[in-house]
Design a protein around this ligand. Structure first.
Ligand code: NAD
Length: 478
């Protein structure tokens, strides 16, 4: 199977005819090829997007909205096939792709199809003068997404960019390109004008780099690792592009003795291991008040041991494959580091071989570690896999210091019924998102993003539409 680029309304291979292999993580087998695009493919896509910009920017919001709604309808129509593709390409359980990834991709388009019709700008009247502010699209936007929630995160970027009247060149992760390709086919079927949405495949170092550097690209919306985010900021310095960088995390769950214990246990299990721990919002550090520490460790580990690791296609599977052989090796080496740092491995700690068709797949047993201190690599570096650490604390102040003791600051969750504590911690936690007695409840109107090394800028709701527009103030004398 050959995946193709979408450039100027046409599906095509890379100019040089070079291909990269695409592997199914659950089986370890190559099952498709993707274009190994380079700067010339990117240039063609950006020029197509630039040519389409004027026409698209001048359409009224209702027309753009209708286009996005048509795309959402097609995603809903093909939801089952898209879920199967996403599961195959990423290794995630089919049930998860069906329940979360694909419905959310359709919702991303519907949300911004509606939002753009309600988006407004300010006016400031004063005696003798009226100021009003226009919000104009930027031009060509680059949307670059990672492999963990492939279609979900790609559409989260494309939808507001297009809704606001920009044209887009998107680059999905080379590790999980399949549903982006399906989206290309659906964009043609939905009748999106040629050049409005271009999707180019290839490596980050070649295609991604050429895209972010391109002088006609006015904004880059990136989700991925902090290392790549820093590189994008470096190579675009001096070009004055708008940047939105959603990056890594090392999220803490702060668990107090007064919480609703069984709710907490269920949710923390999910927040630690959903999508094999490969969600930027997953909790990777569990901070537990000492009076319930022993009980929590016992109950939590018992529940983790019950998680069913297996073929992503089976309905009973709760943990699928991790995304690649390289990522599996990275996770296993982090577990090895934890051992060297004196951690106790409470469960998991190794690769798992799933018999049958998944024998050669990349599976890691859900792993819980305790012991290494807050400054250890285990508690500092992002692992982005099914590995979670537990640390005890005695005082609120100690819990806060532990939670904030990393360079990351994406999300935190707080488990307590003490409202004063909720208020105090919500103010003091260095994170862009705080969940209280819940996790990953996503309301698309809310600002989304991190602080410190986790992010620059915010996505979601008006934040996204403001990112994808620039204001122009007009002042008129009476
Ligand atoms: P990555 O940074 O390796 O790649 C992300 C994307 O950037 C890919 O499409 C890749 O091809 C591209 N890329 C790589 N090098 C590039 C370059 N030099 N120039 C331009 N583009 C380049 O990240 P990944 O391994 O795909 O994803 C995992 C990371 O994503 C984790 O760190 C995770 O925390 C993060 N993430 C963050 C969020 C968030 O919202 N904050 C959400 C999901 C994932």
């Amino acid at each position: 199977m050959q995946i193709l680029n979408l450039i100027n309304g046409k599906l095509q291979p890379a100019h040089k005819g070079a291909w990269l292999e695409n592997i199914e993580p659950a089986t370890g087998l190559v099952y498709s090829q993707i274009p190994d695009s380079d700067a010339s493919d990117i240039d063609q896509a950006v020029l197509a997007a630039q040519a389409a910009f004027v026409g698209w920017a001048e359409t009224d919001p209702e027309t753009r909205s209708a286009c996005l709604e048509r795309l959402a309808d097609l995603i809903d129509r093909d939801a089952e096939a898209l879920a199967a593709d996403e599961s195959r390409d990423n290794g995630k359980p089919l049930s998860l792709a069906r329940e979360i990834d694909i419905p959310r991709a359709a919702l991303n388009f519907r949300f911004f199809a509606s939002a753009i019709q309600h988006f407004s700008s300010e006016s400031h009247a004063r005696p003798g003068y009226l100021n009003y502010t226009l919000r104009e699209p930027l031009g060509v936007g680059a949307c670059i997404s990672p492999w963990n929630l492939p279609l979900y995160l790609l559409t989260w970027k494309i939808a507001p960019a297009l809704a606001a009247g920009n044209t887009v060149v998107a680059k999905a992760s080379e590790v999980t390109p399949l549903t982006a390709y399906r989206l290309s086919e659906l964009a043609i079927e939905a009748g999106l004008p040629a050049g409005v949405l271009n999707i180019v495949h290839g490596s980050g170092a070649q295609a991604g780099d050429a895209l972010t550097r391109h002088p006609l690209v006015k904004a880059v919306s990136f989700t991925g690792s902090t290392r790549t985010g820093a590189e994008i900021q470096r190579v675009t310095a001096g070009q004055f592009k708008k940047l939105s960088l959603e990056m890594g995390g090392k999220n803490a769950a702060l668990i107090f003795a007064d919480c609703d214990y069984s709710d907490m246990l269920e949710t923390v299990l999910r927040s630690s291991f959903a999508n094999q721990g490969q969600i930027c919002l997953c909790t990777s550090r569990l901070l537990v008040e000492r009076s319930i520490y022993e009980r929590f460790c016992q109950d939590f580990v018992a529940r983790v041991r019950e998680l069913k690791v297996g073929d992503p296609h089976l309905p009973e599977t709760q943990q699928g494959a991790v995304v690649s052989a390289q990522h599996q090796q990275k996770i296993l080496s982090c577990i090895q580091t934890a051992r060297q740092e004196g951690a106790e491995i409470l469960c998991g700690g190794q690769a798992i071989q799933v018999p049958g068709r998944c024998e050669q797949g990349y599976f890691v047993g859900p792993t819980v570690v305790s012991g290494p201190g807050p400054q250890s690599q285990t508690n500092q570096a992002e692992i982005f896999g099914p590995v979670v650490s537990i640390q005890p604390f005695d005082l609120d102040s100690e819990a806060l210091d532990l939670a904030n003791a990393t360079n990351y600051g994406l999300a935190a969750s707080l488990w307590t019924n003490d409202q004063r504590r909720v208020q105090a911690f919500s103010r003091s936690l260095a994170a862009g998102i705080v969940w209280v007695n819940c996790w990953m409840v996503r309301d698309l109107r809310t600002p989304f993003g991190g602080v410190k090394d986790s992010g620059l800028g915010r996505e979601g709701g008006w934040e996204a539409l403001r990112f994808w527009t620039q204001s122009k103030n007009v002042c008129i004398a009476d």
